[in-house]
Structure formats: C-alpha cells, structure tokens
Design a protein around this ligand. Sequence first.
Ligand code: FES
Length: 360
Amino acid sequence: MKTFPFKYHKPSEYLDLFNPKNMFNFLLEELNPVYSISKTRAKIISIHLETKETKTLVLRVNKKGFRFQAGQYVPVTVEINGKRVTRYYSISSMPSEVNLRITIKRQKQGLVSNFVHESLQLGDFVELGEAQGSFVLPKALPGKFLFVAGGSGITPVYSILNTLQNQNYTGSVKLLYFSRTKEEIIFYSDLNSLREKFPTLAVEFILTDEDSLGFRTGFFTREMLLELVPDFSERLTYLCGPGTLQESVKSIIPKEKLISENFQPFLKTSTKREAKQVEVTLTKSHKTLLLNGEKNLLEELEDNGIYPQSGCRMGICHTCACTKKSGVVTNLQEGSESESGEETIQLCLSRAEENLELDI
Ligand code: FES
C-alpha cells in the first residue's frame, strides 16, 4: 500500500521527529512498515472471499502482545488517497491463534469496506488500535448458550463458538443464524465443520428473503424461538445483528439473560430527509459551512471536505464526540431534539436542525 517512503507524511509531522523515540520509530517504519515500537501494524498475509460481498483478511501483527477476547472488535486504520480513515471491525479468529482475522462485509456507501474489497492486497499493511467491546464470554461459563446472529453479525459469534470448542466446552450451544439468501451465509462450510468437532453445538441457518431446500425460512418470532429453542429461558443469549432482529429478540429475551452488540446503528429517526440548509460554524478551524441538513453531521462534514475524528460511525466508540456550543440537533438514535445550549454530541448520530456552532 505504501509506495514511496515520504508520500504520507505532512510537513507538520516532521516536527515530531525531534523526539528521539519518534525519530527511531520513523526510521524503523521507513525501513519496513511493519516495524514500529509504538504502533500496532499488521501485514495482510492472506485474503479469503467468504461470500460475494464478504472478505476475511488474515493479518500478521507486528506486536506479540496484541491481545483480545473472542467477540471483541478492533479499530482498523487505512490510508485512502493520503487520508487516514478508521473503522471498527469484529475479529473472527480466536485469541489463541497466531494470526488475526477480520471479516469485512462490503457496505454500499462504505468508504473503508469498499477500499478493502477493491484495493487492499496481499502484502499491504493496516494499523490496528486496541481491541474493545463487552460482547465476550463470562468468566464462569453457564451450562447453556443461545446465539442469535444476523448477516455479518456472525463474525464475533464465530470467534466465540470456536473459542468454546477450543476450550472443550461441554454445555449445550444453539446458534440461530439469519441470512437474506443462501449465498449470503458467511462461514457456511466452516460452521458445518465446526459442528462436527463440537457435538453439543446445534446450528440453524434461517433465510429471510428466499425459500431454499434444506433451509428454514422466516424472521425471528416468539413462535420460531419456542419451536427451535424451547428452553431459551434457561440459556444465556448472545445477540449480534441488524436493528430489526435486535428489536425482535429484545422484546422476548429479558435484559439480564441477554448480551448484545449492534453493528448497524438502530436509528429511530431516518438519517435522510429533504434538504434544510443550515450554517455550521467550526470554531477551532475558523470555518463556516452551509450544510444540507439531510444526513448525519459526520457525513455532511465529510461531504464538504472536513474529516473529523471518527471510528465506528454508529454511536459505539464515541470517537466523533465533540462540543456543540449552540444550536439544535436531532439525536437519530433516540429520535429526540437537543437543547440549544452547550453539550457533547456524537457527530455520527446527530443531524443539524438549525444553525450550529461546533468546537471542531
Ligand atoms: S464514530 Fe463512533 S460514535 Fe461516532
């Protein structure tokens, strides 16, 4: 990915070189991008196409100390047209494996997921942050689990299931995995192989958008749950998938028996509406922009060439949090309007309702 040693360094970055540690780091990185004493870098050593839209990157990490728990996600930073862009992706490998795997589904408008699918190649490097997330196994394992996954929500679940098998877990495990079509099932053959090694694992593939011989069809309902997992109330349930699936499961499984992760924002208010022009003043950068007020603030600022810090783009990581000095925004997740005074907002979840002042 890095084609010329000095291509990606802005002049201001060279000031840091007067710090001996940074100088050493810089020289190491220019020698080989995987060498760094302060950053976690990873080289792509293999790429697998899981489905037409989903790829797994196998990464060799430059730090032996990179740690994570099954079910966690990691910030992945890539450089696209000279700009560093970070997104959060679930890890699909087990912590005990030598190499790290991340499985990425292409999103229609996804800057990074499209870059991963179209441009990243074997031998390229990505930068990793620290693994995060509480979608992990408890210290004391219960006797029974239920996993409900939808679409790419299978990724952290896959890591957890492999970890349970690797630990010789003997309790009962059920997986209900919802996919739109047979072709979109991620890890189909891997999950089938896993259940051969894991006798107490039962996997049910459910298609929501097509009928296919040998597959169950339909959406998650109480009736379906009672039929497939009659003892669901005795199980600790893990849920990862889109908002509609989250809503259905949460209406049945009580909070105290449920651990969930949402990799698509569940928004009460539509992110798009008709243009309603607003003036947004960026107080730190001394800029005033005319935004359309159509989408969330993060996207609107990016459309105007301003790239605030961001990560997950779905309200999880708080990387995009900033101070709104004045003006009203709608919180798209809660569907509520803010006060007009100073407060912290998340740009990826906020839409401008009137002229704003942001401390960016
Ligand atoms: S980018 Fe993660 S919360 Fe907004």
